[in-house]
Write a protein that binds this ligand. Structure first.
Ligand code: MG
Length: 236
């Protein structure tokens, strides 16, 4: 039993070390709600969520006004039951990003609490299928960066042990996108993983045309080519 005692919610505005620019937005502020849950034994778990610069106060209000009060009387070991209970409590707002982001802060805090109470690393607590995963970086791949800056970052990331890098695309000119990717590919060699992210900027016809051009560079994946909400006339 890990009886809920109290919650503390902080709202921190983290400034990214570099300007983060992609095809649809510039990301100069990372609003970061940080949640700490404490149980009746004094054990704590910390979770967080974040926004791309807007809407953080809505997440904080949802947590304070509607979600965190419903932890009263709960056993914090019941992570899945709590998830269902809280999601149902704000049913009219789901499925929606504000709810999902608020729930993420609670979910990560609950898992952190469980792992700290048991002294078990998270990968063991969720089943221990693997004890290592490959990692990539995306912090040096922003859309406003010049090709040489992309190359320099990719080479530094490769030297640091990353398995690959993800580069933003969505320049008005397809040629400009391809030239940026080709510069990185030439520098890192054929085997290193190179991924791209359009951040939902394109329509179906445009993305088909662009994907054919990007393909020559040798990509591991093409992330978010289309808007999350399906364009009219497109069915699954
Ligand atoms: Mg993405």
């Amino acid at each position: 039993m890990s009886a809920f005692a109290h919650a503390e919610l902080y709202f921190v505005d983290l400034t990214p070390p570099v300007v983060r620019t992609d095809a649809i937005q510039s990301f100069v502020s990372q609003e970061t709600p940080i949640l700490r849950l404490t149980d009746a034994d004094g054990a704590t778990g910390t979770g967080n969520t974040y926004t791309i610069g807007a809407g953080g106060s809505s997440i904080v209000a949802l947590l304070n006004d509607h979600l965190l009060p419903r932890l009263q009387g709960r056993d914090l070991e019941d992570i899945e039951a709590i998830g269902h209970h809280l999601t149902r409590a704000v049913n009219a707002l789901t499925v929606g990003p504000v709810v999902a982001l608020a729930m993420a802060a609670i979910d990560t805090a609950l898992w952190d609490l469980r792992c700290r109470r048991t002294g078990m690393p998270l990968h063991k607590a969720v089943g221990g299928a693997r004890n290592a995963v490959p990692v990539y970086t995306t912090e040096g791949g922003w859309l406003h960066l010049e090709p040489q800056a992309l190359v320099d970052d990719a080479l530094a990331s490769k030297a640091a042990g990353f398995q690959g890098a993800k580069v933003k695309l969505g320049k008005p000119s397809i040629r400009a996108d391809v030239d940026r990717l080709a510069a990185v590919r030439e520098a890192v060699g054929p085997a290193w993983h190179l991924m791209v992210d359009a951040n939902q900027a394109f329509r179906v016809d445009e993305v088909i045309r662009r994907a054919a051009a990007y393909e020559q560079v040798g990509l591991t994946w093409f992330e978010e080519p289309l808007p999350a909400d399906p364009p009219r006339g497109v069915t699954a």
